[in-house]
Ligand binder design. Structure first.
Ligand SMILES: [Zn+2]
Ligand SMILES: [Zn+2]
Length: 378
């Protein structure tokens, strides 16, 4: 089944403002979480009492931890992409979904092009992402491949007609990643700060993945707060049209400033997209990092973590204790926690603090989850 791919496309147009709350009946949510199959019900009963308490928080309509999805406009994902929601049972019984197996338990991240004005900044930013992914996909190892320049990928590129920024061909990058994928990889994900396009007739794409091949490529270029503004520094001068194959145009090309918001958006995107590689579809149950999103505002509205139904999907694959995973995520956010690279590196750049201000809500949320898992009242 090669060639099965997904495009996470966001359409930047404002819809008519019509807020709508998707409130599923409690019994529907319970069936989506626990399932109707006896073996899966038995499996569910093996969770600790505290873990079940946490998962079932999602069934309470006024839970402080898990809220129903609110649609803000017709341009939101669910309004524009009607599809059947994926419950735990349908995820679990999907014969085509891929799971990390013995000897293939590593997630590889391949950086393409630079991520900041200095090379050391790229290394640090990507090491934060790596550590975050390792906490999120608790139990798997996440490794960084040596960064490559755009020219090393040999990809096609162009200047976008309307936004006048450089874009690289997503499919070419996937072909490049296919060749680079190590034997012990569960998946390989390419990340870049340069905008992507899937084919000439498309304006842009946020990312593209081949689920069956266990690979994806994602751009954070449009997470720059200024991307859609006239003063966006990634616009090429009018009349400048670089020749195909002449990659010198990428040397010193603008990349977004590394901010807390950029880090938050990057962490969300990366874990969301890797979630698809696990076979987790867009969440329609509760607010969740696996919700589909059509535009930046909708993607910003998504929480950083999984709803109970998607958490059970991931837990069934990775087998972690929920408290261990939340502790690892919390440790990543808490100021003063060091990345693995920082522990071992003596480079001066390692002293830059991780910008986690935008993660404050998530930090508090994780603490509340841990209180339940550790049987404390919050
Ligand atoms: Zn998606
Ligand atoms: Zn979910």
């Amino acid at each position: 089944m090669t060639g099965r791919s997904i495009n996470d496309r966001r359409v930047a147009h404002a819809g008519i403002c019509r807020m709508q709350v998707i409130q599923h009946p409690v019994e529907r949510l319970r069936a989506a979480l626990v399932s109707n199959r006896q073996d899966l019900i038995d499996c569910y009963q093996k969770y600790s009492r505290e873990e079940r308490r946490l998962l079932e928080e999602g069934l309470h309509p006024d839970s402080p931890l898990f809220s129903p999805i609110t649609l803000h406009s017709d341009s939101d994902w669910i309004s524009s992409h009607p599809e059947a929601p994926q419950d735990f049972q349908s995820f679990y019984s999907n014969p085509y979904r891929s799971a990390p197996i013995k000897g293939r338990k590593t997630i590889y991240i391949q950086t393409i092009g630079s991520f900041g004005s200095a090379e050391a900044l790229t290394e640090q930013y990507v090491s934060w992402l790596r550590d975050y992914c390792e906490a999120f996909y608790y139990g798997l190892v996440v490794k960084l491949l040596d960064p490559v320049t755009v020219s090393a990928t040999g990809c096609a590129f162009r200047v976008n007609n309307s936004t006048h920024n450089l874009q690289i061909h997503a499919g070419d990058l996937l072909n490049f990643l296919k060749k680079r994928k190590p034997k012990d990889a569960f998946c390989i994900v390419g990340i870049t700060m340069i905008d992507l396009y899937p084919k000439d007739s498309w304006n842009f794409v946020f990312g593209q993945a081949s689920l069956t091949e266990g690979m994806g490529v994602f751009s954070f270029a449009r997470y720059d707060d200024n991307f859609y503004s006239r003063c966006y520094k990634g616009r090429l001068q009018k009349g400048k049209s670089p020749k195909q194959g002449d990659y010198s145009v990428f040397t010193g090309y603008y990349t977004p400033p590394i901010t807390s918001t950029l880090l938050l958006r990057s962490c969300k995107t990366l874990t969301h997209e890797i979630g698809h590689i696990f076979g987790i579809k867009h969440c329609q149950w509760l607010q969740c990092v696996m919700q589909g999103s059509n535009h930046l505002e909708e993607s910003d509205r998504r929480p950083l973590d999984l709803c109970p139904i998607c958490l059970r999907k991931l837990q069934s694959v990775l087998g972690f204790k929920m408290a261990d995973r939340y502790k690892a995520l919390l440790q990543w956010i808490e100021p003063g926690s060091l990345s693995k690279e920082q522990h071992t590196s003596t480079q001066t750049v390692a002293n830059s603090a991780k910008p986690t201000q935008a993660f404050e809500d998530s930090r508090q949320w994780l603490q509340k989850c841990l209180c339940i898992l550790e049987d404390e009242i919050f």
